[in-house]
Ligand binder design. Sequence first.
Ligand code: ADP
Ligand code: MG
Length: 238
Amino acid sequence: EQDVIDYRKSLAIRVSGFDVPKPVKTFEECGFAPQIMAAIKKQGYEKPTSIQCQALPVVLSGRDIIGIAKTGSGKTAAFVLPMIVHIMDQPELQKEEGPIGVICAPTRELAHQIYLEAKKFAKAYGIRVSAVYGGMSKLEQFKELKAGCEIVVATPGRLIDMLKMKALTMLRATYLVLDEADRMFDLGFEPQVRSIVGQIRPDRQTLLFSATMPRKVEKLAREILSDPVRVTVGEVGM
Ligand code: ADP
Ligand code: MG
């Protein structure tokens, strides 16, 4: 146990929450399938970043997480890799349609980056990723969603539009990521985010990532996460 405490300290990681899983030192320790390991190697990722070392085992264990780490620390892979595992763990026969993994990000640019990262890891499994943000016509987007997907990467406003148009249902959604939660609040998307969360079954796994943790984000996290593990890397502002 002292080893774990020392190791976390060496990575500038602080954790809180009930029964927090041990941090890993390598991707191998996460038990990823060979296809995922190959994709990680292809990306040139040799070892997990600090946030990944602690967030990967937490999320892979099925727990909700609040992940706080500055920009550039590798948060995307921390939620995309376990999402692939989560999707592959679903029983094959499912009556419901619609995405299993839903990722919300504040801007088109951020959503697009996540979309590209998700595609790299989803490809080996034939997991379909749809991008739901401005830049494509709503009709094109509607058609793409109607064709089906396992992962949706979205900005909140456009996702609400697509839900209203019944381009997709959230019946199958069990893995929800709110990325850059602080910026979503800064941009005024709190009502949209709350509406989306309210449309996803409560027994989902919920992940919230942010670079800072203002009180409003803290309040949302308390309301929508169940028994979360909180992982903070480095010093973080409010
Ligand atoms: P954040 O979301 O925390 O701002 P990103 O997920 O965008 O950070 O990652 C920042 C950069 O680090 C990206 O270029 C990404 O490809 C790279 N990266 C992520 N994980 C690793 C890793 N384990 N090893 C090396 N580079 C990584
Ligand atoms: Mg990010």
